[in-house]
Design a binder for this molecule. Structure first.
Ligand code: NAD
Length: 663
């Protein structure tokens, strides 16, 4: 290839990196250019106007990630419920909904609004563009005022996703009816396809101006907890910037009567101490008038009706009437209890929810909204008084789970050192119904939530609530224990190899399972990642198999994933070559010639494997490390008969089986 051509192709690749977003299947989508935004917004306006005519409520879901994409689908898929739903005094009559907020709206004075919303600033929005009558206008802005039966599918959903190189591809894919998340649940893909292509109740966009069109905004962006060290989560902080940025934009764009529902898992207090001030200040800036500038904002929450009848006053200012003087943000909180796996959709739709609102109106609106989209008939909604309570619920719920798992770590070590099989102990205890939720912790506790949520609580206590004392003992300790448990699994690999006269640094080790739990493809913060990193640090040559995971991005893209500087690679030496890791889908080739096999995850495919099958694939005796109580005593015995070495987390009885064979 000539030098010129080589340069051209390098430039093309560089352009592709900056200006394109590549889907997991390798399709390149050009990122939107500045001039595309207006066109995109016009497209949305047109669609929304038609949807409003049909009487649909417009719901914007912000963040088409793992949770947001499926939540968007669940809302878009919801159907008009046949029976009356009462949610905290809000009545939803068949085909004819009455919102308490729309009753008795005060009509006093004109208010000048400064709007960042192009549809309104330009005077081309659905209000101005169509010059509707007052009645028609109310119908457009408040679909609950539509007379006659509501449509069978009452929600129209716009998923808003940042057009970043990493995530933009989700938008065009979703608009084709393809789910932008990989899920084991067979319901996800058809639900997204159905909503986009048949019901036509779901679209995706990159322009945040979509927020101007929303009656409800559901916030599903990420909120991470960054740990500065491994095994000491107190040295860390909540990363709330993405959430704060989203809230700022929401404050600038939404109608004042739009319900904002924060579903992101947040540090307790976030809705009241972070979100409320952001929205409140934005509303004051946008909606202030000579009359209410001096803080004459009515604390009692009421809904504001926007009207187009005054037209545009230029410079992005629009007059509205009628209006009350009150612009209290309608902020609410309800957290996700999503469980990755085959029941993914059900874990959003058919599961109990907790919600709260910042004031009575917000509480009613959120209860009504969730009652319309979730299966609250079977899984009743719990409405709490204040957002800090529902936020605390989520953190306590997950900290409790993390704690009972961490608690077993010390007993697991005890068992290993005293000839006890912890698996049998747990099984015996679980017979008692009061202890039936005991589960063996495996090599660490991964997933997106349990490793971080307690940290969000500890951080909030000091940074949002301003306390200096240290009341948290168990919650951070549980996270620290869970984060480092798999380091002990690496010790067991080392010890089993040593018993066979080998060392990690000169061994090839197969790790079976990359995901954080059985039968899912979710690798976030999995114990296997720490295990692979530790074995690699010790010089081992690691090969990974997982039937559910195609790419292990935490390794393959460790420089940028989950974000630059955030990879767990930073806690270990000798990690560079892990970018070359490719998940094997053929077990026989993954196992061929290895010195050790780590059963790291309880995937179905591994439960059935017999020792003879494994040794047939490895083609020699190996060290077997059981991290999840997978092996029966018979299988352990058989491995020893095949000249293998066996070790297991919490499995102190293994030595007894080995000794019994010598006798
Ligand atoms: N994944 C789970 O299993 C799970 C379970 C329960 C709760 N949660 C909580 O749900 C929330 C979302 O989690 P997730 O797994 O979907 O995260 P994610 O990182 O997969 O998705 C977040 C998405 O939001 C997008 N985003 C960020 N800022 C944005 C903005 N301003 N506008 C538009 N898009 C924006 C990101 O690009 C990303 O696509 C988190 O708070 C998480 O703790 C997750």
């Amino acid at each position: 290839m000539s030098e010129k051509r080589a340069n051209q192709s390098t430039k093309k690749r560089a352009d592709q990196k900056e200006n394109f977003s590549i889907s997991p299947d390798g399709e390149a989508f050009p990122l939107p250019r500045p001039e595309d935004y207006q066109k995109e917004f016009k497209r949305l306006q047109k669609i929304v106007a038609a949807q409003r005519k049909e009487g649909r409520e417009i719901v914007v879901v912000m963040g088409l990630g793992f949770v947001g994409a499926v939540m968007a689908g669940v809302v878009a898929d919801s159907v008009q419920k046949p029976k009356q739903i009462e949610a905290d005094g809000v009545m939803n009559r068949q085909g004819n909904v009455t919102l308490s907020s729309s009753k008795g709206m005060a009509r006093q004075g004109n208010v000048t609004l400064s709007l960042a919303c192009p549809e309104l600033a330009e005077g081309k929005g659905h209000h101005d563009r169509q010059q509707p009558s007052k009645a028609h206008h109310d119908t457009l802005c408040h679909p609950e005022l539509v007379e006659g039966p509501l449509p069978r599918f009452p929600k129209f959903v716009i998923g808003v996703q940042r057009p970043s190189v990493r995530s933009f591809w989700k938008i065009p894919l979703l608009n084709r009816g393809i789910a932008p998340v990989e899920a084991e649940d067979p319901e996800v893909a058809p639900m997204i396809a159905r909503c986009v292509k048949e019901k036509k109740t779901l679209i995706a966009t990159y322009t945040e101006d979509a927020l101007c069109l929303a009656d409800v905004v559901v916030v599903d962006v990420q909120c991470d907890y960054f740990k500065e060290t491994l095994g000491n989560c107190r040295q860390g902080h909540a990363e709330i910037k993405a959430l704060e940025d989203s809230l700022k934009i929401i404050g600038e764009k939404i109608k004042p009567d739009c319900l904002v529902l924060i579903e992101t898992t947040v540090p307790p207090g976030t809705t009241e101490y972070v979100a409320y001030p952001i929205l409140k200040k934005a509303f004051e800036r946008r909606f202030s008038t000579p009359n209410n500038k001096k803080g004459a904002i009515n604390p009692s929450p009421t809904t504001v009706t926007l009207s187009s009848s005054k037209g545009v006053k230029g410079g992005g200012s629009t007059s509205y009437e009628p209006s009350t003087m009150s612009y209290e943000p309608l902020l609410s909180h309800s957290y996700e209890r999503v469980m990755p796996g085959r029941e993914y959709v059900a874990s959003i739709r058919d599961f109990w929810r907790v919600c709260s609102g910042i004031n009575e109106e917000a509480r009613k609106r959120v209860a009504k909204f969730l009652s319309e989209v979730l299966n609250v008939e079977k899984y009743p909604l719990t409405v709490l008084d204040r957002p800090v309570e529902s936020e605390t619920c989520k953190i306590v719920e997950n900290s409790y789970r993390a704690t009972i798992l961490a608690f077993l770590n010390e007993w697991s070590l005890f068992a290993e050192r005293n000839g006890v099989d912890l698996i049998k102990v747990i099984k015996a205890i679980k017979v008692r119904p009061t202890h039936s939720n005991m589960i063996f912790p495996g090599p660490g506790i991964g997933g997106y939530c349990l490793p971080k949520d307690g940290g969000l609580g500890v951080w909030a206590y000091q940074k949002l609530m301003g306390f200096e004392d240290d009341i948290f003992k168990i919650t951070p300790l549980a996270i620290d224990i869970n984060d480092t448990r798999s380091l002990h699994a690496a010790e067991l690999v080392r010890d089993a190899l040593r018993n066979m006269g080998k060392i990690v640094a000169a061994s090839r080790i197969a790790v079976l399972g990359a995901s954080y739990r059985e039968d899912v493809g979710d690798t976030r913060y999995s114990g296997s990642e720490i295990l692979v990193r530790k074995l690699t640090e010790m010089g081992g040559d690691v090969v990974v198999h997982d039937p559910y995971v195609k790419h292990w991005w935490e390794l393959e893209k460790q420089d940028t994933y989950p974000a630059p500087g955030h990879s767990w690679a930073r806690f270990f030496r000798n990690q560079e070559k892990l970018t070359e890791t490719r998940i094997q889908d053929n077990l026989a080739s993954a196992l061929k010639g290895v010195d050790a096999v780590v059963l790291a995850v309880k995937h179905q495919a591994y439960l059935k494997l017999t020792p003879d099958e494994i040794i047939k694939m490895t083609k020699r005796p190996v060290a077997i490390i059981d991290c999840f109580g997978i092996l029966s005593d018979e299988k352990i015995r058989r491995f020893f008969e095949l000249d293998c070495e066996v070790k297991g987390l919490g499995r102190g009885h293994v030595k007894r089986i080995k000794d019994s064979l010598k006798r």
